[in-house]
Design a protein around this ligand. Structure first.
Ligand code: MN
Length: 264
């Protein structure tokens, strides 16, 4: 299986490489990611200036790696249009350092990179992990590889986009995996003003709200120790989607706790 991996934290991010290390055990992986931090870049696409691609030294043997002077969306568009072309069975974005819950998905570069994969007709997966504990990255990476395997070999329909969030819970204490919907709200935005020499400056600050919301939402799931898997931007009817996702998630947390033993 061929997997294209991108992110929004940039080509040097720990989360990207934790994920690629796991994926490379089961797939042929190509990394095409922004050359710098692009968090909260949203769906931005660069149309008014040329883009440059730099092939960089492989961090992991056999994983072709490219840095793009552009946004997460640019990276995936360039990858699918030029670098990997039809050599992709799945597009994965992440692992983002920090969860992307509720309304975050509308500004998230992580989600947007995967969205480009989905818009191009590929199954797509965005993965984000809580910041509190670096071990969460390892759990999220294993989960990413398991889901990648299941999405490519097990799903009856290909065009699915999943947004996955992994809370900072030790693996043995993880409650399980829940299929959720996006919470209606996840943050409050505030503007902080100050003065810098002669001029005013402003910082936009996003603070997560403490209320975890209704029980079937992504925020509730991660706040209660579950991995959250949310189908996003889909026009599939629930009757079709939910049996498929139940199948995708069946036995997943047990397998996650066991590790990845059965590469395809
Ligand atoms: Mn990010």
């Amino acid at each position: 299986m061929n997997v294209l991996v991108s992110n929004d934290d940039g080509i040097h991010a720990d989360g990207l490489w934790a994920l690629v290390r796991e994926l490379a055990k089961i797939a042929r992986v190509t990394v095409v990611a922004p050359d710098r931090e692009q968090s909260a870049a949203g769906t931005a696409v660069t149309l008014w200036q040329p883009l440059r691609i730099r092939k960089v030294r492989r961090v992991i043997p056999d994983v072709e790696t490219y840095a793009v002077e552009g946004t997460p969306s640019d990276s995936v568009i360039l990858a699918l249009g030029n670098l990997v072309k039809d050599r992709a069975d799945l597009v994965v974005s992440g692992i983002n350092w920090g969860m992307n819950l509720g309304e975050d998905v509308y500004i998230s570069g992580t989600v947007s990179a995967a969205l480009q994969g989905y818009l191009h007709g590929y199954p797509a997966l965005a993965i984000s992990a809580a910041r509190e504990d670096p071990q969460t990255l390892e759990v999220a990476a294993r989960l990413g590889a398991l889901l990648a395997q299941r999405m490519v070999s097990g799903l009856p329909a290909s065009n699915v986009f999943l947004n996955v969030n992994v809370p900072a819970v030790p693996l043995e204490e993880l409650k399980g995996v829940q299929v959720t919907r996006l919470a209606n709200q996840s943050h409050i935005n505030t503007v902080t003003e100050g003065r810098d020499a002669k001029r005013a400056y402003y910082w936009l600050v996003r603070e997560r709200i403490s209320n975890s919301g209704e029980k079937d939402t992504d925020m509730w799931a991660v706040d209660h120790g579950y991995v959250s898997i949310t189908p996003v931007f889909t026009n599939r009817a629930g009757e079709e989607l939910h049996p498929m996702l139940d199948m995708l998630c069946a036995g997943l947390s047990g397998e996650l706790k066991k590790g990845i033993d059965n590469p395809v």
